[in-house]
Design a protein around this ligand. Structure first.
Ligand SMILES: [Zn+2]
Length: 113
């Protein structure tokens, strides 16, 4: 892959990582809001749901963060854009859509099939 493409993907990955870390801060803010409302019986049920959604979001974010970190380290060691399963090239179109992916579309389909 060209250096200019690697640089572009690195910027995309780092921007995405910042966005996730930023949104985690916002969740903490909402949790604080909820704790100040504790004791409000009418809202209790919906509060529980919100907390549940927040936890699920954080797990997804953590998984995504790990994938992004791995992608950035692949940029550093020169294996970015190479499928970790078949060692073929991952298409630029796929990387544009999912820059933190580690497998090509063929292997992805095999994995989910
Ligand atoms: Zn592959």
């Amino acid at each position: 892959m060209k250096k200019v493409d690697l640089k572009r993907f690195r910027t995309i990955l780092e921007t995405k990582m910042d966005a996730i870390l930023h949104s985690s801060g916002k969740e903490t803010y909402w949790e604080n809001m909820e704790s100040t409302r504790r004791g409000d019986f009418v809202d209790q049920a919906s509060d529980d749901n919100e907390v549940h959604v927040n936890i699920r979001l954080r797990q997804t974010d953590a998984k995504l963060l790990r994938a992004i970190e791995a992608a950035i380290s692949r940029i550093e060691n020169g294996s970015f854009g190479i499928c970790t399963m078949c060692e073929g090239e991952i298409s630029l179109a796929r990387l544009n859509a999912v820059p933190w992916t580690s497998v090509c579309i063929n292997c992805k389909e095999k994995k989910t099939a």
